[in-house]
Design a protein around this ligand. Structure first.
Ligand SMILES: NC(=O)c1ccc[n+]([C@@H]2O[C@H](COP(=O)([O-])OP(=O)(O)OC[C@H]3O[C@@H](n4cnc5c(N)ncnc54)[C@H](O)[C@@H]3O)[C@@H](O)[C@H]2O)c1
Length: 269
């Protein structure tokens, strides 16, 4: 059996709830961390969703409790982190799921759309990781923090310019925090999903390359949860400041567009 080193660990997931029709990154990450033995503080802005994920974890024999907060507000972030510390005595793992795109053409993009995207995708993660790093430094036990970025922070982010800029900022923020906080044994990484959309959980396992975008297959919410689990765990003990792309190969796709069908045309070229 592989030991993830998470048994008895104290974890926070910010945005742990599941909204049907969305990717479920918080839900998958919370279930996997709990299955690996961590107690999971499930933070959400919505009480019903927070309670649902706690109930699902408990129904599978895991340990979890809910914390209600709007994590875009620094005061609520600090209060939520204090609540978790009061309940658990400390924090070993912190995962930030929250993020939302605002859609418009560059020339039509409003100040409000820009500010909302930066707040939802970058500032809130800074508020959370700042509060948790203070706690982890005080504990002197090290720890792991993981934020959900996006492939839109690596490539262009058509018609959601602020989202891509914020996710690129998140990837940069994780590197800087990893650099500064390494001396306290704190690791900071990001996971960048490709197009998970509504979860992609209904794919056939053996039905590869069904679309032109992904050389393999579009990633699932559960694949993203496994990447979060890995980076949160002792398996990644010497990995920090990294961005783990989970995109079915979409961002490494060749720019030449050569398919097996046209390959013969190129052989004597
Ligand atoms: N779905 C995709 O294809 C895709 C691709 C790349 C990156 N991502 C990233 O994944 C993350 C979202 O994953 P998802 O769609 O599974 O989550 P989601 O948007 O469904 O939200 C998960 C939970 O977060 C809670 N939440 C939202 N705002 C909050 C706030 N201010 N305070 C507290 N809780 C809040 C919601 O109530 C919900 O229960 C984002 O960071 C997004 O950028 C998704």
């Amino acid at each position: 059996m592989i030991d993830f080193g998470l048994a008895g660990k104290r974890a926070i997931i910010s945005g742990a709830g599941y909204i049907p029709g969305r990717a479920g990154h918080g839900r998958h990450s919370a279930l996997l961390l709990a299955e690996a033995g961590a107690t999971v503080a499930c933070i959400d802005i919505d009480q019903g969703r927070a309670r649902d994920i706690v109930a699902e974890i408990q129904s599978q024999g895991g340990k979890a409790f809910s914390v209600l907060a709007d994590m875009t507000k620094p005061d609520e972030v600090n209060r939520a982190v204090s609540d978790v510390v009061r309940e658990l005595g400390g924090i070993d793992v912190c995962v930030d799921i929250i993020g939302k795109a605002t859609w418009n053409a560059v020339e039509e993009f409003t100040d409000e759309q820009w500010d909302q995207a930066i707040l939802n995708n970058l500032s809130q993660a800074f508020y959370l990781f700042r509060a948790v790093s203070r706690q982890m430094i005080a504990q002197q036990t090290g720890g792991s923090m993981v934020a959900l970025a996006s492939v839109d922070g690596i490539a262009a982010s058509g018609f959601h310019v602020a989202y891509g800029a914020a996710k690129a900022g998140l990837i940069s923020m994780a590197k800087t925090m990893a650099d500064e906080l390494g001396r306290f044994g704190i690791r900071v990484n990001t996971v960048a999903p490709g197009n998970v959309a509504a979860g992609n959980e209904d794919q056939n396992e053996d039905h590869w390359a069904v679309d032109t975008l992904n050389p393999l297959l579009a990633p699932r919410g559960s694949d993203v949860g496994k990447a979060v689990l890995f980076l949160s765990s002792d398996l990644a003990a010497r990995i920090t400041g990294q961005n783990l792309v989970v995109d079915g190969g979409a961002t490494i796709k060749s720019l030449w567009g050569i398919t097996p069908e046209v390959l013969p045309l190129f052989k004597d070229f």
